[in-house]
Design a protein. Structure first.
Length: 348
C-alpha cells in the first residue's frame, strides 16, 4: 500500500496554485462525495492539562494516568505511563527535557531505562522508599497467560506471553506498549489483579477473554466482581490494516463487521487538483480509495463483555497513541523508532 500523502502547508498549496495558473489551469471544484471519517476515536478521551499542550514547555514531572473510581480500593496500585518526564533523550535528542521510555530498546541505554522505571514506580506508589517487585513479559502476541509472583520479578523478562495475574502483595504486573492495547483487570472481592497486552494478533487469539477465564479457574473470580480498564492505544482513527486482517477477524467473531470501517484520507492537493490523481487502471484496481481501519479498543471491550463483565464495569481511557505522540510513544506514527509505555497493576 503506498505511503499516504501528508497534509501540505498553505505556502506549498499557494505555490502549486501559482504554477498551474501560469499555464492557464485552475483547480477542480469537485466535492468529495466519499465517506468522510473524522480522525477522532469513538471513545471519549480524557482532557490533557493545558500546560502539556503548549509548545516549548519543559515536561519534567512523571505523569501517571489513573483509572477513575479505582481510588476507592486502598489496597490497589495501578497506573498508565506517558512519555513525559524521565531521562531518555534517544528519540528526541534536541528537546529540552528527557522522556520516560520504560522498555529496553536498542537506542536507549539500559541504565537510563532502569532509572526511568524507578522514577515511574515511585510515582505509582507515591513512596520514595521501597518499591514493589515489577514483573514483565517477553510479549509475543499470543494468548498465553501466567500466574506470577515475586519469584518472577527481575530486570529481564524471562516468561514469554501476553497476560499475567497475581494475588501476591507487593507485586506489580507491567505491560509494555507503543500502540497495542493494555488491559488491566481487578477482582474487587478476591483482591487479585491481571494485566494483558492486546495487539491485533493477541486480540484475534482472545487474550483478554481467555485471561478472564484463567482468573475464574485460578482464583474463583466471578465476572460480576471484576472491573476492567482499557488503556491508551492506537485508535481506529489511525489504525489502517489490510483485508487479510478483516478476513481473520470475520473467521473468529460474529460481530467482526462492527470493528472495521473505511476511511478516506483528506488531502488538500488531491481536493484542489483531482485530475492529477486519475488512474488508467480498471475500476477496482486503483490505489486510490479508502483505507480499512480496525477498532482494537472496541474489539477488546467486546471480549470483556463476552467474558461476563458488566458494561458499566469497563473503563475506556480513550487516548490514541498515534494521534498524541506529544504524550505517548507510537510505533506506527514514529516508524518504529520510539520508546515503550508501561501499564501497571498490583496489590499493595
Amino acid at each position: 500500500m503506498p505511503t499516504p500523502f501528508k497534509l501540505a502547508s498553505r505556502s506549498a498549496i499557494e505555490s502549486i496554485d501559482d504554477l498551474f495558473s501560469s499555464v492557464g489551469l485552475k483547480h477542480g471544484k469537485r466535492k468529495n462525495l466519499g465517506h468522510n471519517f473524522e480522525r477522532q476515536p469513538k471513545h471519549p478521551r480524557q482532557a490533557v492539562p493545558q500546560r502539556q499542550r503548549q509548545s516549548g514547555t519543559v515536561k519534567t514531572r512523571i505523569a501517571v494516568t489513573p483509572v477513575p473510581g479505582w481510588s476507592e480500593f486502598p489496597w490497589l496500585l495501578h497506573g498508565f505511563s506517558t512519555r513525559t518526564g524521565g531521562k531518555t533523550t534517544a528519540y528526541k535528542p534536541d528537546q529540552r527535557a528527557g522522556e520516560l521510555n520504560l522498555g529496553f530498546t536498542a537506542s536507549d541505554p539500559r541504565e537510563t531505562v532502569l532509572a526511568n522505571r524507578k522514577l515511574f514506580l515511585h510515582a505509582v506508589t507515591k513512596d520514595k522508599g521501597s518499591i514493589p517487585s515489577l514483573v514483565t513479559l517477553r510479549q509475543i502476541h499470543s494468548s498465553i497467560v501466567y500466574l506470577v509472583g515475586h519469584a518472577d520479578a527481575g530486570e529481564e523478562a524471562h516468561l514469554k506471553g501476553d497476560g499475567m495475574m497475581t494475588g501476591e502483595r507487593g507485586v506489580l504486573l507491567g505491560i509494555q506498549t507503543a500502540d497495542c492495547i493494555p488491559v488491566l483487570i481487578v477482582d474487587k472481592k478476591k483482591r487479585v489483579v491481571a494485566a494483558f497486552h492486546a495487539g491485533w494478533r493477541g486480540t484475534l487469539k482472545r487474550i483478554v477473554e481467555n485471561g478472564v477465564g484463567r482468573m475464574r479457574v485460578e482464583f474463583g473470580s466471578r465476572p460480576e466482581d471484576l472491573t476492567a480498564a482499557i488503556g491508551p492505544g492506537i485508535g481506529q482513527c489511525c489504525y489502517a490494516v489490510g483485508d487479510e486482517v478483516r478476513s481473520e477477524f470475520e473467521s473468529q467473531f460474529a460481530y467482526a463487521s462492527e470493528l472495521f470501517c473505511d476511511v478516506y484520507d483528506s488531502d488538500p492537493i488531491k481536493e484542489k487538483y483531482p485530475l492529477l490523481f486519475l488512474t488508467a487502471r480498471a475500476p477496482g484496481h486503483s490505489n486510490l480509495g479508502p483505507n480499512l481501519h480496525l477498532d482494537l479498543v472496541e474489539a477488546n471491550r467486546r471480549q470483556l463483555l463476552d467474558a461476563g463483565l458488566p458494561a458499566e464495569s469497563i473503563f475506556v481511557q480513550g487516548d490514541c497513541t498515534s494521534c498524541r505522540t506529544d504524550r505517548y510513544f507510537s510505533h506506527r506514527a514514529e516508524h518504529g523508532f520510539t520508546g515503550r509505555s508501561l501499564s501497571v497493576i498490583g496489590v499493595r
